[in-house]
Design a protein around this ligand. Structure first.
Ligand SMILES: NC(=O)c1ccc[n+]([C@@H]2O[C@H](COP(=O)([O-])OP(=O)(O)OC[C@H]3O[C@@H](n4cnc5c(N)ncnc54)[C@H](OP(=O)(O)O)[C@@H]3O)[C@@H](O)[C@H]2O)c1
Length: 288
């Protein structure tokens, strides 16, 4: 049995699909009934209602489990503490293999959510568990956030320079790679930086222009304007400040580095380029 924590999110769903497609038995920890229904429909053998911060829920979820796949929900102030408790619970339950989906460049201490993931990685390394760490680059599917502006106004706005190079990955490739890592012992014990393509938002917009057959321009949105809008949507102070730091860092450095070699080796094929991703993404949106 494989326990997935964070199964309903941008990483979890494609990972679940790939695992179920390979015949794996998945138990998913979920915080609500609606997600439990979605996860069952995706093929989860079991869903356990609970909170990833509750030791009792973690003990129930990990009972009889061989493998844990853990991805933390986005921008949580207690990410390091909660992640470390999950690792401790896995150790107490006698889990054989713990897979942690971290982030690309966790060494960047100035980014709160990267630094906290590095703390979790350190805790995992020192736990005595058998582990594998995945470090995915920026999700190409983040385009969902600005899709309305792209299609209605021909503008792809981000709160940082459109001319910095970003390491990026298609989350379908990430899910497929994660499933292979879960199921293939030859991949266990690795720490994999996962990147499929490297390009600027201006280059992404040019590809979207080709695919959509209309001009799309990448623009830098004011960070103060983004913060006000995020606060208006009820975002936590931690989310707003950590996201703003990330944007300021991207504005100076992009998401630097990135090489598709590890992802290519795990997938056994060439990863999606941004153009491959955009063609599939636009076709799916137009079919909706
Ligand atoms: N966006 C990017 O470009 C990018 C790039 C690299 C890495 N990352 C990292 O990827 C990670 C995952 O992102 P994501 O978008 O998949 O995450 P997400 O959607 O924010 O969260 C994943 C799932 O966690 C579950 N969850 C939330 N609170 C819970 C709780 N208290 N107890 C149990 N489950 C809970 C929710 O599922 P239920 O509804 O089933 O409870 C949620 O769907 C983040 O840590 C992010 O930093 C993101």
């Amino acid at each position: 049995m494989i326990l997935m924590i964070g199964a309903s999110g941008a990483v979890g769903k494609p990972t679940m699909k790939a695992l179920v497609g390979a015949g794996a038995q998945i138990r998913a920890l979920t915080s609500n009934d609606e997600s439990a229904g979605t996860l069952k429909a995706l093929g989860a053998a079991e869903t356990i209602m609970g909170d990833l911060r509750e030791p009792g829920d973690l003990a129930r979820a990990m009972d009889g489990v061989e493998t844990v796949f853990f991805v933390m929900p986005r921008f949580q102030a207690d990410e390091a503490e909660a992640g470390s408790r999950i690792i401790d619970a896995a150790k107490a339950a006698g889990v054989a293999h713990f897979i942690y989906c971290s982030v690309f460049n966790p060494q960047v201490r100035g980014l709160d959510h990267h630094a906290r993931k590095l703390d979790v990685e350190e805790h995992l390394i020192e736990s005595g568990l058998n582990f594998t760490i995945l470090r995915p680059a920026m999700f190409m599917q983040n385009l969902n956030m600005e899709w309305q502006q792209v299609t209605e106004g021909g503008v792809y706005p981000r709160p940082y320079s459109p001319d910095r190079v970003m390491a990026a990955i298609d989350t379908n490739d990430l899910g497929e790679a994660a499933a292979k890592v879960v199921l293939d012992p030859a991949l266990h014990g690795g720490c994999y930086d996962l990147c499929g393509d490297r390009l600027t938002h201006s280059e992404m917009a040019a590809i979207l222009s080709d695919v959509l057959g209309r001009t799309v321009t990448a623009e830098k949105r004011s960070l103060e304007d983004w913060k006000a809008a995020a606060r208006g949507r009820g975002a936590t102070d931690y989310f707003v400040e950590a996201y703003a730091k990330m944007c300021a860092h991207y504005d100076s450095h992009g998401l630097a580095g990135g090489n598709p070699l590890a992802l290519t080796a795990i997938l056994g094929r060439t990863p999606s380029s941004y153009r491959n991703f955009a063609e599939k993404f636009v076709a799916a949106k137009q079919a909706d």
